[in-house]
Design a protein around this ligand. Sequence first.
Ligand SMILES: Nc1ncnc2c1ncn2[C@@H]1O[C@H](COP(=O)(O)OP(=O)(O)OP(=O)(O)O)[C@@H](O)[C@H]1O
Ligand SMILES: [Mg+2]
Length: 154
Amino acid sequence: MGRSWSRRSRVRGQQVRFWVSRSEGETLTIGAELARTLAPDGVLLLWGELGCGKTVLTRGLAQGLGFERREIQSPTYTLIHEYERSGTRFVHADLFRLEPEQVATLGLEEVLAGPGLKVVEWADRLPFPVAGALRLRILVGASGERRIEEIDEP
Ligand SMILES: Nc1ncnc2c1ncn2[C@@H]1O[C@H](COP(=O)(O)OP(=O)(O)OP(=O)(O)O)[C@@H](O)[C@H]1O
Ligand SMILES: [Mg+2]
C-alpha cells in the first residue's frame, strides 16, 4: 500500500518523505493519498524520466478527488487538461515537448496560482518557481520498483 517513510535531507536538514511503489496499483494509491493533502488548491510538480509513472501518479490523484481515473489522459497534444466536476477542479499539464521559453507563453503561471489541484509533469521545463508546491521525483530502481521522493533542493 502507499506507506511512506522519511529521511533527513542532506541539503536543508528537514525531514523529506519518500514512498516505494512496486506496482502501478501502489502508485495509484499513493496518488490518491497525496490528493487528500493537496486538495483543494495545491500544486504538485513532478520530475522523472520517460515512463517512470508520472501519469499513473496523476491518475491516482484524480481518482482520490473522485474523478474516473481513465478520464485522465496523457496530455500529449493538449498541454494543459482541465477537469471539473461538482465544484472540484483538477488541472494536469505535461511540458515534455516544450522549452521553458515556450512554457512562458502558456499562461500556466496564472493557472497554477488559481483554483483546483494542479499537477505538472516535466516540471524541469517550468521557467518560474511555484511557491508552496509539493515537488516529487520518481526514480526507477533496479528491479523496476519506483521510488517517489520529495525534492529537497531549494
Ligand atoms: N510501480 C509502478 N508505478 C507506476 N507505474 C509503473 C510501476 N511499475 C510499472 N509501471 C508502468 O510504468 C508505466 C508508467 O507510465 P506513465 O505514462 O505513468 O509514465 P510517465 O512518467 O508519465 O511517462 P512520460 O514521461 O512519457 O509522460 C506504465 O506502463 C505502468 O504500468
Ligand atoms: Mg506522462
